[in-house]
Design a protein around this ligand. Sequence first.
Ligand SMILES: [Fe+2]
Length: 369
Amino acid sequence: MESIDIGVDALRDWLESGRPVTVLDIRPAVEREEWSIPGSLHLDPHVALRTNAASPFAGVSLPPGQPVVAVCARGNTSLLAVRALRERGVQALSLKGGMKAWSLAWNLAEVTPIRSNAQIIQVRRTGKGCLSYIVGSGSEAAVVDASVDPDIYLRIAKERGFTITHVIDTHVHADHLSRSRPLAERSQAKVYLPAQDRTTYPFLPLKEGDTITIGASKIQALHTPGHTLESTSYLVDGRALLTGDTLFPGAVGRPDLAANAVEARQRAHTLYGTLQRIIKLPPDTWILPCHTSEPIPFDGKACGAALADVIRQVEMLRATEEGFVETLLSRIPATPPHHLEIVRLNESGAFPQGDPTELEAGANRCAIS
Ligand SMILES: [Fe+2]
């Protein structure tokens, strides 16, 4: 029997290869505001579908000659949509597991321009907005801020002739479950984390000025506290700075997660000092964060920017310390759902059995612009 649904991996492959497909998001508009699949069309036939209206897609025109993939929150209502579309002769499929499952989809971008010995590959969790990095040189690679299935990093590294020798995080994450520990176990690499006493599983600590050698490349640790106290950025060959959630192309990190109001204010002051230090790096330093608040298209374009452009873009970087702190604290967004539970798991290194997407639901909310 002809399949009525399509899995996340298959749709991911279609989008990455540029195969013509119409992704039809049928969730209510308020859910779409939170996150969506880039390039998707939106229709909200929920009521019509649920009430068995005769023609929920009456009058709707869809691009001809290409399949339609209907997407809802969990892959149930989209099955109804597929039936209704097929009755109209549309070649329709339902995304299995809906947006919840799509949370794990990923794509890649090469980071350019960079004058270094390293190949930097940005591995992006497209729905969730998590950015991770494979920094490869010679036959070795480090993975920074792993956020997708360990097998994906292992496969990409192998395809490019790298062995993963180092697995590194910029900080204890609150938005997603770190895949660094499971990746280290699978790759027999060591886990390197900023020196701190939050994490309770064994790791190798990185402190200010420590340097890791990957092939002909050097990764230097810069302690950049503020988003969290241990937050550390990694400077690759003096050219690219993996900033975690400290600095984004258009925003700065939030100082309040897993902190009370007094601690958040202290961290905001600390972040000011950190950012003042970062903006003194060479203006062509490439700033590469570990999250983005927008779903990431399958465009192969790395999320990142030259420091000079970041300084132009982020007004808060030009504020006084008092102005910075007051602005930052006045713009704190809603906290990510389940963030305390995620922090607890990341500190203990206990990756939950089964489906992690329930805990990680929703878009990232790490940045303040
Ligand atoms: Fe974070």
